[in-house]
Ligand binder design. Structure first.
Ligand code: ZN
Length: 421
């Protein structure tokens, strides 16, 4: 199937016609192409998420590879990296190949499995990193996300191991001894509410240690969900020294603050926790100036019983795939080059996903792209989301930017704002 996007604006440039044919951007013509009136729509390279929880295998009541893939396509994504904290844990070639195969079968986005760093995420013994790298899933990112690789000796060995195949260790930076029993950001609000705090230094201390380890080993480190102004300063210094470190920030840490915990609604419970408005401002600036490389969703679906309960019992995490671009648009406005870099080009580079984050103005670029209507706004209705879970912190909010269509290698996965399958 060929598509002709009439009058589309590529990254905000003057309207043009774009032909999608044989899976790529084409400079030929095709009189049989399906014509899409794209006047007023902006084409972006398909978004790439380096941090998604798809919950399969093990918690299919919260999400499956298929439902999460559909949510991703509807959010404008063409590739997502699936975190390893499934049940069983993705710590062997067998499990990562299973997730990879389920992604292929769903066929809505490229699902790139992330492998666990340690067996069972237990932080005791390195997992079979080489076997996962050599598997059909060709794993390049390894993470114990949900847990920190707290043991510095194991972290060093993991960094050394993945260097051989240019892999990267994605660290959930949380010194566990400093966050025992933590329920929210440690600060004025936690004191007022009487909840145990998660101090900023628990994140910053691990990032500081890990950039030094990465520098020592000469290997690649990626820092998950950076949430504090102090972390930004550590990263800024490390990058200035030439350390091979990249970092991500979530949409919710770019918008929401710890004041939201005051209502004790567990939908706002997340790890790392929502921080202060000065942290939010520092994260926005870091994303603008490139100290933080990418926006990653940390899409974390949870079943109703795990989320709609008392704050202290609720699982941390929020949905993110279907609202990420609208949140980024609401924070930064129509800065299309910035958005394309931080949400597609840079994440594709970090994950080694060739074919994503390509230049849509060049013939031959794989047709992985999404069409956004920046003038359309919509109200977030949890029951209308494609995710199997409902834990969005944005319920009832009016957001700018509607995803109209998404294409994966030239095949439509979303048309007229609806999933094709
Ligand atoms: Zn995490």
């Amino acid at each position: 199937m060929a598509y002709l996007l009439k009058g589309v604006s590529v990254l905000g440039a003057a309207p043009t016609d774009l032909l999608i044919k044989d899976g790529v951007i084409s400079d030929k013509t095709d009189k049989d192409a399906v014509v899409i009136d794209a006047a007023g729509l902006v084409a972006l390279p398909g978004l790439v998420d380096v941090h998604t929880h798809l919950r399969e295998p093990g918690r299919e009541d919260a999400e499956t590879v298929e439902t999460g893939s559909r949510a991703a396509a509807l959010g404008g994504y063409t590739a997502v990296c699936a975190m390893a904290n499934t049940s069983p844990v993705a710590d062997t070639a067998g499990v990562v190949e299973q997730v990879w195969r389920l992604g292929r079968e769903a066929g809505l986005v490229d699902v790139q499995p992330i492998g666990a760093v340690t067996v069972g995420l237990a932080g005791k013994q390195l997992a079979e990193l080489g076997a996962m790298a050599d598997s059909a899933a060709t794993v390049r990112i390894f993470s114990d996300d949900g847990f920190c690789v707290a043991d510095p000796k194991l972290m060093r060995r993991a960094l050394e191991y993945v260097k051989a195949f240019d892999g990267v260790i994605a660290q959930h930076a949380e010194e566990p001894r400093l966050t025992e029993g933590a329920q929210m950001h440690e600060g004025e609000v936690s004191t007022r509410l009487g909840l145990t705090g998660w101090p900023a230094v628990a994140e910053e201390a691990i990032i500081a240690r890990d950039v030094l380890l990465a520098e020592h080993v000469g290997s690649r480190l990626h820092v998950c969900h950076v949430s504090t102004a102090g972390s930004v300063e550590v990263l800024r210094q490390a990058k200035a020294r030439g350390v091979r470190v990249t970092a991500e920030v979530t949409p919710h840490h770019l918008l929401l603050t710890d004041e939201l915990a005051a209502g004790y609604d567990p939908v706002f419970k997340v790890n790392p926790p929502l921080r202060t408005s000065s942290d939010v401002m520092a994260l926005r600036q870091a994303l603008r100036d490139g100290v933080i490389d990418v926006v990653a969703t940390d899409h974390a679906p949870h079943a109703v019983q795990d989320k709609e309960c008392e704050w202290s019992y609720a699982r941390p995490g929020m949905l993110g795939l279907e609202t990420a671009l609208p949140i980024v648009l609401s924070v930064f406005g129509e800065q299309w080059d910035l958005i394309a870099d931080r949400m597609s080009i840079a994440p594709a580079r970090i994950a080694g996903l060739d074919g994503h984050g390509g230049d849509l103005t060049k013939a031959g670029t794989p047709a992985n792209l999404t069409l956004v209507d920046p003038s359309a706004s919509w109200v977030v209705d949890p029951s209308g989301l494609a995710s199997r879970s409902r834990n969005t912190p944005y319920a009832g909010m009016t957001l700018p930017g509607r995803i109209v269509a998404t294409f994966l290698r030239g095949e439509a996965t979303v048309l007229d704002g609806k999933a094709v399958k």
